[in-house]
Design a binder for this molecule. Structure first.
Ligand SMILES: C[S@@+](CC[C@H](N)C(=O)[O-])C[C@H]1O[C@@H](n2cnc3c(N)ncnc32)[C@H](O)[C@@H]1O
Length: 358
């Protein structure tokens, strides 16, 4: 995509830098204020009120001190999470929802609450303090393990509340991604009678998939402690196990947001198990993950940045996980013995659909 913006002079950049650097001083404040909004239930209060709320209405509904709430709302309005609109001819103002604040509702198809609460939890924030030590190689363990004494999946097995938050957080992402995938890639699922979702978490992806493609039956496959808390759903069977040992057989495997948690060697091991689980002549493995466009040619800048942030998250929270470029995907797919693949970027989200053929 051609960049039509004029290149700034050093002096102009210097002027911007004076203000821009504060983003790195107080960047965490945005997350803290959004977390505060979620915990106070601001979006719920305005939603159940049914129309814009004045400061006094909102502070009384939330049992908050109006002067403090006013300051929080001033930031949230500045961030365009909520908007302040004139509600009558006398010029009274009220706070109203936006598409972003709808994502701060605890329930609902667009909710991102669990994901925000997970990533801003003390458990997930703690490893970030060791990022430079990890990059220098002063910490050989994964950062998460260094801080919590075990990897993220064992930690989840021992801490059911954290495991639930993690699975609920993944559900937020699935609800945003799967309808977009089905819309652009319905052909991928035609002709499949059975599909196994490897690392399928609480089964939300398969629920949405069998709803969108009613000809499919699914197997939700994940670690035993994860599937034991999975939801029951018609035409979906929950199976516990370890993807490094075996993957249940089906016409196709789908695997979303799992391979980026692992280094190349582990990825190849997982992909080999996936390849062995599907018929050699008609089967396929459908990978839903990010593909980093290293040339930044055709990409939306916000999505490109999101993928780079996700890549940092992989360093903080996994051992050798990473977001992969096209070449890196080709390497692991080739290493796992696939004969060919196609890649379809899904518009407006960070993922591509990679179909790999045995
Ligand atoms: C980042 S989550 C992705 C969940 C879901 N696919 C999604 O996209 O929302 C990774 C999943 O891999 C599962 N997992 C980790 N190790 C596993 C293993 N050895 N065998 C099966 N599943 C595993 C985790 O329990 C978790 O549900």
């Amino acid at each position: 995509m051609e960049d039509t913006q004029r290149v700034l002079t050093w002096e102009e950049e210097e002027e911007h830098a004076k203000v821009d650097v504060w983003k790195y001083v107080f960047g965490f404040v945005e997350i803290a204020v959004v977390k505060c909004a979620i915990e106070l239930g601001i979006a719920e209060a305005i939603e159940s009120h049914g129309s814009p709320m004045t400061l006094l209405e909102l502070s009384s509904a939330l049992s908050c001190d109006p002067s403090h709430l006013y300051r929080v709302m001033r930031v949230l309005v500045h961030l365009k999470l909520f908007k302040e609109i004139t509600t009558n001819q006398l010029g009274s103002k009220g706070y109203a929802q936006t598409p972003l604040s709808h994502r701060l509702l605890k329930s609902g198809e667009n909710s991102m609450v669990a994901l925000i609460l997970l990533e801003s939890s003390p458990v997930m924030l703690a490893p970030w303090h060791g990022l430079s030590a990890r990059i220098r190689g002063n910490i050989s363990n994964q950062l998460f393990e260094e801080v919590h004494g075990e990897d993220i999946w064992s930690f989840g097995a021992a801490n059911p509340d954290h495991s639930k938050l993690l699975n609920d957080a993944m559900t937020c992402d699935v609800k945003a991604a799967v309808p977009a995938v089905i819309k652009i890639c319905i052909e991928v699922f035609k002709g499949l009678e059975t599909i196994v979702d490897v690392g399928g978490g609480n089964g939300t992806m398969l629920r949405l998939l069998v709803e969108g493609c009613p000809w499919i039956r699914g197997i939700n496959f994940d670690l035993p402690h994860v599937v034991s808390a999975a939801q029951d759903c018609d035409r979906v069977e929950n199976v516990g196990g370890d993807m490094f040992d075996r993957v249940p057989k089906a016409d196709a495997v789908i695997i979303k947001g799992v391979l980026h948690n692992w280094g190349d060697d582990d990825c190849i091991r997982i992909l080999k198990k996936c390849r062995e689980a599907v018929p050699k002549d008609t089967g396929k493995v459908i990978i839903i993950d990010a593909v980093i466009d290293e040339k930044y040619e055709k990409e939306d800048k916000k999505l490109a940045y999101l993928k780079l942030m996700l890549d940092m998250v992989m360093i903080a929270h996994t051992n050798k996980g990473k977001e992969r470029s096209l070449k890196e995907w080709e390497y692991v797919l080739g290493g796992a013995g696939f004969s060919g693949h196609t890649i379809t970027p899904v518009p407006a989200i960070q993922y591509s659909v990679i179909q790999a053929f045995p």
